[in-house]
Structures are given as structure tokens and as C-alpha cells.
Design a protein around this ligand. Structure first.
Ligand code: ATP
Length: 248
């Protein structure tokens, strides 16, 4: 299906007891596009990422390049080309940048481990180099994360999600803690990732980053999409202003 979106959800819902954390969410991300998902605290943004990537139970459809994957395990979604970052995306401090990425490439399970031992397969260095180049970190591949600037450290977390044939990446507050200048630079790197044809879903509370870098936005409030459109449309939408500032 050439007309399929890279990522699409239909009527995606998540319930935690009495709380409807996601309520019939319909969202698409195309290849090469940066889509922002914003909304007040508790709106359901992280829940959406959890549901799409298979880390929490949901109802409705999740499609990757047209194919339904909502029945798949999180691991199968990851190897199918869907990756995410976590809000507390700590790196391994004792490992180099390249080694941090290599960890993400390791296949879990005793069978994979045995296969690697038998075939003597080394970590696919090429995939690591490609990801590091994409985010401008090739020069620091052999450094430890603590030796890098904060913005670069955050980018290592993103690069870790890009290795291994990632086609769509869901970033949960990847720029948290960056100052204005760092976050601007971070945004430029995100554009490079998208320019390579990867679909990006970006969650962030830094509105200037989100308005700057996203092609389209979705606004969640109480688990529902209350607005969607281009950044300039969203910024001026009265429902969005009300959701953020509280209605009179
Ligand atoms: P923030 O911007 O603060 O990270 P968010 O938009 O990511 O918030 P979620 O963390 O997805 O929001 O939470 C959505 C709703 O679901 C909240 O009411 C939250 O309390 C509830 N919730 C989230 N995770 C769970 C869980 N594991 N069990 C029960 N309720 C949960």
C-alpha cells in the first residue's frame, strides 16, 4: 500500500482502571516528517508512546507502513523498525558512545546469544557509525557520555533509538533540561534525522522547540486529541490555549 502512512493509529485507547488515558487517538506520521505531540501534564502523551510501542495494553489499531502491529510484542515492533526513547533515558556511564549504541543492537534471548557465539558475529559497527553520523556524533564515538556536552548526551539517547533499521522513532521529552541555545541545536539535529527519511514523533514541553521543528502537531487533553494542524494554527487555537491555561 503505497498510500499508507509510515505510522498510523486508529481509535487507539488505553484504560487504567477508571482513567481513560488515551481516548480514540487517531494520529499519523509520514516518512521524513516530524510530528509533535503536546498537551498538559497527565494528558496521556507517554501513555500513547507506551501503547504504540507495545509497552502497555491498548485497544484500536497501530499500523506500521500499513501493516497492523498492535498484536505484536514490543520487541517485535522494535525489530520491525519502531523505536522509542524513555523520559529517564540514562546512558551507560562506563561505556563509550559507540558501546552505548551497541547495547541497543544486542538481541535478547539465549537462542540469539548462542547464535552469536556460534557464528562469532561482531556487533554491526556499520549500523552504529550510520546512526552516529546522522546525529553529528561520529567524532565522539569513543568518548564516554560524561565527557560530552549535555545536548550531545541527549543526542546519544536518540542515536541509540536509531540503530538497527529504525524507520519511525518516538521521542519522549528528549530535550528536557537543555537551555535555549542547546535546544535549538538539538532541533537542527532532529531535522537531519527526518531528512534521512525517518518519521519522528516528538513529545516535549519546550514549546519553542516544538513550534520550530515540527511539521504538524497534535494536542492531547484528558487522553483525547483536541486539535491538530500546523504549528502556527495550533498556537492560535482557542481550545489549545484553554487546555494549557485553564478555561475561564
Ligand atoms: P507528563 O507530561 O506529565 O509526562 P503525560 O501527558 O505523559 O504527562 P501520562 O503519563 O501518559 O501523561 O498519563 C496519563 C494519565 O494516565 C494520567 O492520569 C496518569 O495518572 C495515568 N497513568 C499513567 N500511567 C499509569 C499507570 N501505569 N497506571 C495507572 N494510571 C496511569
Amino acid at each position: 500500500e503505497s498510500s499508507s502512512s509510515l505510522l498510523e493509529t486508529r481509535r487507539l485507547s488505553v484504560r487504567y482502571g477508571g482513567v481513560v488515558a488515551n481516548d480514540d487517538v487517531a494520529l499519523t506520521v509520514e516518512a521524513g516528517e516530524i510530528v509533535g505531540l503536546i498537551g498538559p501534564n497527565g494528558a496521556g502523551k507517554t501513555t500513547f508512546v507506551d501503547a504504540v510501542t507495545g509497552f502497555t495494553r491498548s485497544t484500536g489499531e497501530v499500523r506500521l507502513a500499513g501493516q497492523r502491529i498492535d498484536g505484536y510484542s514490543s520487541h517485535r515492533r522494535r525489530s520491525g523498525g519502531m523505536a522509542r526513547t524513555w523520559q529517564a533515558g540514562e546512558l551507560f556511564g562506563d561505556l563509550t558512545v559507540a558501546q552505548n549504541l551497541a547495547v541497543a543492537l544486542q538481541r535478547p534471548g539465549i537462542r540469539a546469544l548462542l547464535a552469536d557465539i556460534i557464528t562469532g558475529s561482531a556487533p554491526p559497527v556499520e549500523a552504529i557509525d550510520t546512526a552516529l553520523e546522522m546525529v553529528g556524533l561520529a567524532d565522539v564515538a569513543d568518548r564516554r557520555p560524561s565527557e560530552l556536552a549535555l545536548g550531545q548526551q541527549k543526542m546519544v539517547g536518540v542515536a541509540r533509538a536509531l540503530v538497527g533499521g529504525t524507520r519511525v522513532v518516538l521521542l519522549d521529552e528528549p530535550a528536557a533540561g537543555l537551555d535555549t541555545h542547546e535546544s535549538q541545536h538539538f532541533g537542527e539535529e532532529l531535522r537531519r534525522i527526518a531528512a534521512a527519511g525517518i518519521g519522528v514523533l516528538l513529545i516535549d514541553h519546550d514549546m519553542s522547540l516544538v513550534l520550530d521543528v515540527c511539521d504538524r502537531l497534535y494536542v492531547l487533553d484528558f487522553g483525547k486529541v483536541i486539535a491538530t494542524g500546523k504549528p502556527q494554527q495550533i498556537r492560535d487555537d482557542p481550545r489549545v490555549v484553554a487546555a494549557y491555561l485553564g478555561s475561564p
